[in-house]
Design a protein around this ligand. Structure first.
Ligand code: SF4
Length: 328
């Protein structure tokens, strides 16, 4: 469905989209880099409003969010379009092209959310939610007005301008933001974007919602230890309680490098723990992903073979009484 875009500037016969830092200048009939915003009859519109390509009920840990409502399910939705072009994208069939979709109204979405058991709310994920901004904003706002208890989660690459982000944040509870590397040249070469805007998103989002960060350790694309140290140092300046997920890479799409060596992942996680309180390894079977108290190392949340057992009822370590950064 077509829907008007709110963030734009007219420049002669063209319209500049101001949703994300690409700030595409678009002529009549052409699209921006995301392929979902176009100029039609002199108006800037998004073509993917309410168009759902993927929907599932996932454990919230799969987003990944480990410190937000552990053990809950979450209705997860995606559309098509992305403003990055990552060579390793595992969702390239919906991120880099228009895919088969079905319209999902706000009423239908609300009914699904209400029907699912043990459900935290809704997660906008799979493709880049900010490229689905108009629907994400309208549905998140409506769902929150209908029931404040419905959690809204956004799983994003963080490449969005501050004005639309700021407008959306009051209706969001938690975000997982990709920080793909700490080097601008990596962002430019592998993802077709720039690092700085992602760092700004992390800083701004951290002031308003619960955030967790994910970094995919792509073999041979960078020096993993050096990169993870830079990322960890940066996150520690924002908030050392931000959980960092170091995710194992597997060959996907255009990137054919070998999967990440697990020993390298363990070393990277150890390095990150010098700076951050909560560091997890993801996409690796049979590895410790429990949550421990950063002060006394008491086990607080157990995660094993897809099962989650939260051992605390309040965000306080029962052994040493330290505050734990977790939303239960
Ligand atoms: S949202 Fe799309 S059209 Fe708008 S600036 Fe970003 S890539 Fe360009």
């Amino acid at each position: 469905m077509n829907y008007p875009v709110s963030f734009f500037k007219r420049k002669g016969d063209q319209i500049q989209c101001l949703v994300c830092p690409h700030q595409c200048l678009i002529s009549e009939g052409k699209t921006g880099i995301c392929r979902v915003r176009t100029v039609l009859d002199h108006e800037l519109i998004a073509i993917n409003y309410a168009e759902v390509t993927s929907a599932a009920v996932d454990p919230i840990e799969k987003k990944p969010l480990y410190h937000f409502k552990p053990g809950k399910n979450i209705v997860s939705l995606g559309s098509f379009g992305c403003n990055m072009t990552c060579d390793f994208c595992q969702n390239h069939k919906i991120s880099q092209q228009r895919a088969k979709s079905e319209v999902l109204s706000i009423e239908q979405l609300k009914a699904i959310i209400d029907r699912v058991e043990n459900n935290a709310g809704v997660a906008y994920t799979y493709n880049e939610p900010m490229m689905w901004y108009e629907y994400v904003y309208e549905t998140a706002k409506t769902l929150k007005h209908l029931n404040q208890e419905t959690s809204v989660v956004v799983v994003t690459n963080g490449y969005i301008n501050q004005e639309p982000l700021f407008k959306l944040l009051p209706y969001v509870d938690a975000m997982n933001i990709d920080l793909k590397a700490y080097s601008n040249s990596y962002y430019k070469k592998i993802c077709g974007a720039k690092l700085d805007s992602v760092l700004e998103t992390i800083k701004l989002a951290n002031e308003h919602v619960h955030i967790e960060v994910t970094t995919l350790l792509v073999t041979d694309a960078f020096d993993a230890l050096k990169e993870v140290e830079e990322i960890s140092k940066f996150l520690a300046t924002v908030n050392k309680d931000i959980p960092l997920h170091l995710s194992r890479y597997f060959p996907r799409y255009k990137m054919k490098n070998e999967e990440t060596n697990i020993e390298v992942m363990k070393q990277a996680a150890q390095m990150a723990r010098n700076y951050l309180n909560y560091v997890y390894i993801g996409n690796v079977a049979e590895i410790d992903t429990h949550t421990y108290c950063p002060t006394c190392h008491e086990r607080l949340v157990e995660r094993q073979s897809g099962r989650v057992n939260c051992l605390i009822r309040e965000p306080i370590c029962p052994r040493c009484q330290s505050d734990i950064s977790i939303i239960l």
